[in-house]
Design a protein around this ligand. Structure first.
Ligand SMILES: NC(=O)c1ccc[n+]([C@@H]2O[C@H](COP(=O)([O-])OP(=O)(O)OC[C@H]3O[C@@H](n4cnc5c(N)ncnc54)[C@H](OP(=O)(O)O)[C@@H]3O)[C@@H](O)[C@H]2O)c1
Length: 286
C-alpha cells in the first residue's frame, strides 16, 4: 500500500507521519515540495509516486487572514482539492480529504450530523465547503471527506500552545466563552485517517471530532488546570470570560460547531474519546 501525504509540514501532516503504520509506504510532500494549486506539480509528482491513497492535509487555515485574501484561500481550499480529485478520477487511487466544522453557521444547539445543511459564515468556511463539494462531485466513489474541529497538537500554532505561552507572559487573559466546539488532537484524527486508508469501502462525507463540547474559555481553563498538574505550570494568570462581540476578530465564527462522529465511529469501530482525556495525553507527550 502506497500513500501520499499532502501538507506534510502542518500539524495534522506531522501527526499522520508520526503514526505511519508498518507495511505502508508513505511519501510525504510539504507545501514547498508540492503546491496543491499547481496542476503541473500534481501531475508530475503523483504520476511518479502512483499512490493507492492520497491524504490531503494541506489547506489555507488562517481564518481571520482569509477575510483579507479570499482569492488565495479559495485557490488552496477549493481549487487545490479539485485538482487532486481530477488526478484521482483519472488514476487507480483514492482521496482522503479533510474539511471543517466551520462549514456550519452555528445556529444549532445539538451536534451537527452529515445531513445538516452547511451555511458558512466566513471566507475560510466558504472556501472549505467549495473544496469538499468539488471532491465529492468529481470522485464520489473514490473519496472520504472528513470534517473535523478545533485541531491542536503539541507541535504547531494552535490554541493550546498559544495558551501555554500566554499563561507565562500575562497577568490576565480574556477568552471567548460563547463559541462552543470539540477540541480534537491531530494524533487522534490521524489515527482515524489511517483506519480509513485501509477502507476503500468508506466513501462520502463524514464528521469526526473528539467527544464532548466546551467553549474556548472552558478549554483554556482545562489547559491551565491540567498543565498545572502534569507539567507543574505555576501560572497566576487570571482567565476572564468574554463574548465574541467583545473580541475583535476579522472573521465571524459559528457559536456552536460540535460535530457528531457517530456515523464514522460505527463504521470503523472507533471508541469515542473525550476531549479532556486527550488533552491530558497531549500535555504528557510534549
Ligand atoms: N486547525 C484547525 O483548528 C482545524 C479545524 C478543522 C479543520 N481543519 C482542517 O484540518 C486540516 C489540517 O489542518 P492543520 O491544522 O494541520 O493546518 P496547518 O497546520 O495550517 O497545516 C496546513 C498545511 O498546508 C500547507 N499548505 C498551505 N497551502 C498549501 C499549498 N498551496 N500546497 C500545499 N500545501 C499547502 C501548509 O504549508 P505552509 O505552512 O508552508 O503554508 C501547512 O503545512 C485542514 O484541511 C484544515 O482545514 C483544521
Amino acid at each position: 500500500m502506497k500513500v501520499v501525504l499532502l501538507g506534510a509540514g502542518g500539524q495534522l501532516g506531522r501527526s499522520v507521519q508520526e503514526l505511519q503504520p508498518e507495511g505502508v509506504e508513505l511519501i510525504s510532500f510539504t507545501s514547498a515540495e508540492l503546491d496543491i494549486t499547481n496542476e503541473l506539480q500534481i501531475t508530475e509528482k503523483l504520476d511518479a509516486a502512483r499512490p493507492n491513497v492520497i491524504i490531503n492535509a494541506a489547506a489555507y487555515t488562517q481564518v481571520d487572514k482569509a477575510e483579507e485574501e479570499p482569492e488565495l484561500a479559495f485557490r488552496v481550499n477549493a481549487l487545490g482539492p479539485q485538482l487532486i480529485a481530477q488526478w484521482v478520477a483519472n488514476n487507480d487511487s483514492r482521496l482522503i480529504h479533510i474539511s471543517t466544522d466551520f462549514v456550519f453557521d452555528g445556529e444549532k444547539t445539538t451536534p451537527y450530523v452529515e445531513t445538516d445543511k452547511p451555511n458558512p459564515v466566513n471566507v475560510y468556511g466558504k472556501s472549505k465547503l467549495e473544496g469538499e463539494n468539488n471532491v465529492l462531485a468529481l470522485i464520489p466513489d473514490k473519496a472520504a471527506v472528513v470534517r473535523t474541529s478545533w485541531l491542536y497538537s503539541n507541535h504547531g500554532a494552535n490554541f493550546m500552545n498559544t495558551m501555554l505561552r500566554l499563561f507565562e507572559e500575562r497577568d490576565s487573559l480574556s477568552i471567548v466563552d460563547d463559541q462552543v466546539g470539540s477540541p480534537t488532537t491531530t494524533s487522534a484524527l490521524a489515527d482515524v485517517l489511517w483506519k480509513l486508508v485501509g477502507r476503500a469501502d468508506i466513501n462520502g462525507l463524514y464528521h469526526w471530532s473528539c467527544e464532548g463540547e466546551v467553549s474556548w474559555f472552558g478549554f483554556a481553563e482545562a489547559i491551565k488546570d491540567e498543565a498545572g498538574v502534569i507539567r507543574g505550570l505555576e501560572a497566576n494568570v487570571e482567565l476572564l470570560a468574554i463574548t465574541s462581540d467583545q473580541y475583535s476578530a476579522l472573521a465571524v465564527r459559528p457559536k456552536y460547531s460540535v460535530l457528531s462522529s457517530s456515523k464514522l465511529d460505527a463504521l470503523i469501530a472507533e471508541p469515542a474519546i473525550h476531549w479532556r482525556e486527550l488533552l491530558i495525553v497531549e500535555l504528557n507527550n510534549s
